[in-house]
Write a protein that binds this ligand. Sequence first.
Ligand code: GLA
Length: 385
Amino acid sequence: MTKRAAALFRDHFGDSTGAVVARAPGRVNLIGEHTDYNDGFVLPTIIDRDIEVVARKRSDRLVRIVAADLGERREIDLDSPIDYANSGWLPYVMGVVHELVQRGRIEVGVDVIFRGTVPRGAGLSSSAALEVATALALDTVFNLWLNPIEMARLCRDVEHRYAGVRCGIMDQFASRLGRSDHALLIDCRSLEARHVPMALDGHRMVIVDSGIRRELADSAYNQRRTECEEAVALLREADASITSLRDVTPEMILGHENLLPPDLFARCRHVVSENHRVLEACERLANDDLPAFGRLMKASHLSLRNDFEVSHPALDRLVEEAHQVDGVLGARLTGAGFGGCTVNLMTEAALPDFEQQLEPLVDDWPTQSIVVGTPEQARVTEVIP
Ligand code: GLA
């Protein structure tokens, strides 16, 4: 980011007095996919790509938003109906504003400008970073004192109500609460979380973007969630204590195989086994057993490909090629799937061979490969006097 945020704001809105600058990072999920909306466990970490938002209060009911990187601008009256269908980034910013209005926390409009470095639609949570950065900025602008978990929940609700994606809480939680050099173990039922130190001494975590894009709102994502709910309804016929797939043990699904059609059985098997992998991966990480961590990543990919069926041939290829390289400990698709990125754990020495092996498979190397470094956590960076 070159130009200072305050100067950018002034370029568009004339004056930046009283504006607040906040930023929030994207995330990569190390393991625990499609478990969050099943009340399960996830293990993401933040990345050194983020979204920066500058916001300032207005005295009327107008909201003006500039997407600086895209050269786009919208003006919205808080009292007029808004059509969010096919409206790009609008739901993520305006949804946060709207949600705060609905909850009676704010009554006037705002001027907002945002820009960022999280690639869009790549499964690295650019939308969550935009929501969280917006919420953080508005939190200070209006002295709301939202606690971090409340803020993550609000941003998750924005996805459901304004973007039409029935996602879990992982992305918003990770963007708001993630810390550099740590993975974040989140229990998505209790919302308890633990920062697990990630000492990658002599190792690297590398993200590779397949370049394949698929919108979550019109993808099979919501359908997968519905399938999981259908499976729970069927399993409850045998055991009423089951309220989500979190409650299902491996023994239970094996015992109830006849209750479920084969595709729902496979979906359950993924979620149940993935929850176990997350907890084991956490232990392995805490004990610096990275080879075992890598094996769990590999198993997770196979389960997502075969049982949850959210992979894509391009992602499978990237994962297979990664495993051809000596020193690669594990590779898997990350995020919702259907496209987006893979995450790869390797020894530092393996990095040049890894790059050579994967470069021919993606169009725009090296911009499509991100080595996880020491990202900055979400925070308000400036209050302009
Ligand atoms: C998307 C959703 C998350 C989560 C992942 C899959 O990133 O936003 O809530 O469900 O997919 O693990």
